[in-house]
Design a protein around this ligand. Sequence first.
Ligand code: GLP
Length: 248
Amino acid sequence: MTLPPTLVPVSSTTRVIACATDEIGEVAADVVASVAPDGVLGVATGSSPLALYAALIRRRAEGLRTEGLRLFALDEYVGLRTDDPRSYAAYVRSVIAEPLGIPVENVRVPHGSTDTDGAAYERLIADAGGVDVQIVGIGRNGHIGFNEPGSDAETRTRVVALDESTRRANAEHFDDDLTQVPTHALTQGVATILSARRIVLVAAGSAKAAALRAALTCPVTADNPASFLQRHPDVTVVADHDALREDR
Ligand code: GLP
């Protein structure tokens, strides 16, 4: 099989690992497992990192110590209760924390509806000594966390309005009913994400190709918040060939 051309990042501090879709989880886990046994792991929700979490859970069964990890989620919808199964709090609990044996007191997810709640979350991260490894996905419009286009490099955890395109993309988790998708979220800012010591971006599928290409190969711009990752000293991108095609 001839693989499509893979894009080359402009930042020398960004490493791109291209792999088959079904290898993303294990390849990303190789990087993320360095945070065990008791580091601070920043976790993204969404479908992209699911295989990564599954790989970590397999490795725990094989002896990787994960019970001492401390987790910080990137973002949360405003207006959902933490026990709502559609909340990111529920995702982090059921998909990551419980299967990895991480106690609830080690799990933090942004919660609230004001920038004061965001500032409190920033203090929690600082009190933990910062994030060792941050996992991020990328939205089709280049968002990281819920930092929609227009989010600048200085942003910190705050309330944001969600783009219509993001709400549509996430409607599948709300019975395909756009009216049920929250309009706002509390998200770590770009500056918060860039404060992590190491960042791992996972992406799969052609729907992410344009945003990923712009993020890695075009000038840094708030129009594509993922492009700010070019300024970080240690980024690993783990993506499949469809997401890395340079001709999309
Ligand atoms: C969501 C989340 C992001 C996630 C991104 C991509 O809206 N807020 O944290 O990385 O969009 O999601 P997915 O991996 O499901 O495509």
